[in-house]
Design a protein around this ligand. Structure first.
Ligand code: GDP
Ligand code: IMO
Ligand code: MG
Length: 423
C-alpha cells in the first residue's frame, strides 16, 4: 500500500499535529520522518491540550503504531519528558511506539553548540529553537553522529565521550559566554538514555517495507514546514532537514514510487517564528489581531509568532516541490471579523511583477502585490458542515483552489479534533 504524507506548507505550526490525530483512525502506522524536538505539535480533544515534540501524533489512538523514523533526531531528555506526560495520561505507549536504530541522538553538547553558534551570530542569528538540531544534523552529514542503534553496543559511552569532548573544544572555539555544567547535563542525559533503551528499537526501513507489502496503511507526519526546508526554504533561516516530500523517502526509506496522497497543510493566513524573510508580515493591528485570536505563540519555545496575510506565491511553490494532492486549510476561524482579507498573488521584484518565489525574498527585494477579499463576521467555531460556511469564506476557498489547482478537502475551524470540516 502507498504511504501518504502530511506536510506543512509554510514556516511550520500549520496544525499538523491536529490533523494527524484526526486522520489516525484511517491508518495502521503513523511515522515521523525528520526534525526533532524543535517541533511542537498540538492536539486538543476531550477539553485537554497535548503537545508532542518527537513522538508521532497518532500516539493517543490505541490501535495505531507510532514510528520515529531514521530521519528524526532524538533528544533522550526531551523524549523522556514526553513519555512521562503520556504516562500521566495513562497512554500505554510501550507496545505502540517504535524507534529506528538509524535515528541520530542529540547530545547535551549539541544543544550547547546550538546556543554558542547562535550567540556568536549576534543579530544574524537563525532564531533556532536551541534544541541542538543544526549541530546534530551536522554530525550526521559529517559522519560523526551517535545513533540509536549505537546504544545497543557496549562501546557507546566511548563514542559518546569522544564526541562530547570534541564538542567542548568547538564550544571554546566560538569564544562566547555560554554558562553550563556538563556533568549535570550528562546525569540527566544518561538517565534518559536508560529510559530510551527500554523502548523497542527496530530496523525501520525493513519494517516499513514489510508493512507496505502486507497492506498496512501508513501516514508520514512532517515537522516544520516547506519554507524551513534546508534546500528549498528561506536559507539560511531554515532548519537542518528536508521538510518537504522527498524527506519522507530518505527519512523512512520509502521509495518515491510508493508515495500516495500528499496532504499539504496551511493556515488561512501566515505565521513564522524565529528570524528570516516573511514578505507578507504585518506590523499593524491586523497582525496583532491574528496573533491574539490565533494564540500565536510557539508550542516549543513560547516565543510570539510573527503574523501576516496568506502568501499565494510561497504556497504555490510549496505545492510544487511537494507534489501536493490535497490541501487542508487551518485556523479559518481566526479570520472571522476582518472586513477585508488580503492574499499576496505576486511580488514586485527588481521593477518587475513576478508570480514565482525568487532566490532573494528579503524585504528590500520583494514587495507583495495583494488581491482583496471580502471578509465574514460569522463565528465558525461551532460549525461542522461545509454547507454552513459563509459565502465569503467559500469565495476565498474557491479562489485558492482555482489558483493552486488542488482541492481543499479539510477546513479547520478550531483547535479541537471535532472542529474539523470535511469537504
Ligand atoms: P503544528 O506544529 O503544525 O502541529 O502546529 P502547532 O501545534 O505548533 O500550532 C498550531 C496551533 O493552532 C495549536 O495551538 C493548535 O491547537 C491550534 N489550532 C490548530 N488548528 C486550529 C484551528 O483550526 N483554529 C484555531 N483557532 N486553532 C487551531
Ligand atoms: P513544527 O513541527 C515553527 C524554526 C525556528 C528557527 C528555524 C531553525 O512545530 O511546525 P531549529 O531549531 O530547527 O534549528 O530552528 O526553524 N522552527 C520552527 N518553526 N515550527 C516548527 O516546528 C519549527 N521547528 C523549527 O524557529 O526559525
Ligand atoms: Mg508547532
Amino acid at each position: 500500500m502507498a504511504v501518504d504524507l502530511l506536510l506543512g506548507l509554510q514556516w511550520g505550526d500549520e496544525g499538523k499535529g491536529k490533523i494527524v490525530d484526526v486522520l489516525t483512525s484511517k491508518y495502521n502506522i503513523i511515522a515521523r520522518f525528520q526534525g526533532g524536538p524543535n517541533a511542537g505539535h498540538t492536539l486538543v480533544f476531550n477539553g485537554k491540550k497535548h503537545v508532542l515534540h518527537t513522538i508521532p501524533s497518532g500516539i493517543f489512538h490505541d490501535e495505531a503504531t507510532n514510528l520515529v523514523g531514521n530521519g528524526v533526531v532524538i533528544d533522550p531528555v526531551i523524549f523522556k519528558k514526553e513519555l512521562d506526560k503520556l504516562e500521566e495520561q495513562d497512554v500505554d505507549y510501550r507496545k505502540s511506539l517504535l524507534i529506528s536504530r538509524k535515528a541520530h541522538i542529540i547530545l547535551p553538547t549539541h544543544r550547547l553548540l546550538d546556543a554558542a553558534s547562535e550567540t556568536a551570530k549576534g543579530k544574524a542569528k537563525i532564531g533556532s529553537t536551541l534544541k541542538g538540531i543544526g549541530p546534530t544534523y551536522m554530525d550526521k552529514t559529517g559522519r560523526n553522529g551517535l545513533r540509536v542503534g549505537d546504544l545497543e553496543l557496549n562501546t557507546w559511552k566511548d563514542k559518546y565521550r569522544a564526541l562530547a569532548d570534541k564538542h567542548e573544544s568547538m564550544i571554546d572555539f566560538y569564544n562566547v559566554d555560554i554558562q553550563y555544567d556538563l556533568k549535570e547535563l550528562e546525569t540527566d542525559f544518561f538517565e534518559a538514555v536508560k529510559v530510551l533503551k527500554s523502548l523497542k528499537f527496530i530496523d525501520s526501513e525493513e519494517y516499513i517495507y514489510q508493512a507496505q507489502k502486507s497492506g498496512q496503511s501508513i501516514l508520514a507526519e512532517g515537522a516544520q514546514g516547506s519554507l524551513l526546508d534546508i534546500d528549498f526554504g528561506t536559507y539560511p533561516f531554515v532548519t537542518s532537514s528536508n521538510t518537504t516530500a522527498a524527506g519522507a523517502c530518505t527519512g523512512l526509506g520509502v521509495a518515491p514510487n510508493k508515495i500516495g496522497e500528499v496532504f499539504g497543510i496551511f493556515k488561512a493566513y501566515t505565521t513564522r517564528v524565529g528570524s528570516g524573510p516573511f514578505p507578507t508580515e504585518l506590523f499593524d493591528i491586523d497582525g496583532e489581531t491574528m496573533a491574539k485570536v490565533g494564540h500565536e505563540f510557539g508550542a516549543t519555545t513560547g516565543r510570539p509568532r510573527r503574523c501576516g496575510w496568506l502568501d499565494l506565491v510561497a504556497l504555490k511553490y510549496a505545492c510544487q516541490v511537494n507534489g501536493v494532492t490535497q490541501l487542508m486549510m487551518m485556523k479559518a476561524d481566526v479570520l472571522s471579523g476582518f472586513k477585508t482579507l488580503k492574499v499576496a498573488t505576486g511580488y514586485k521584484y527588481k521593477g518587475e511583477t513576478i508570480t514565482h518565489l525568487p532566490y532573494n525574498i528579503e524585504p528590500e527585494n520583494v514587495e507583495p502585490i495583494y488581491s482583496d477579499f471580502k471578509g465574514w463576521s460569522e463565528d465558525l467555531t461551532e460549525m461542522s458542515e461545509a454547507s454552513t460556511l459563509p459565502s465569503e469564506l467559500n469565495d476565498y476557498i474557491d479562489f485558492l483552489e482555482k489558483e493552486l489547482e488542488i482541492p481543499i478537502t479539510i477546513v479547520s475551524v478550531g483547535p479541537d479534533r471535532k472542529q474539523t470540516i470535511f469537504r
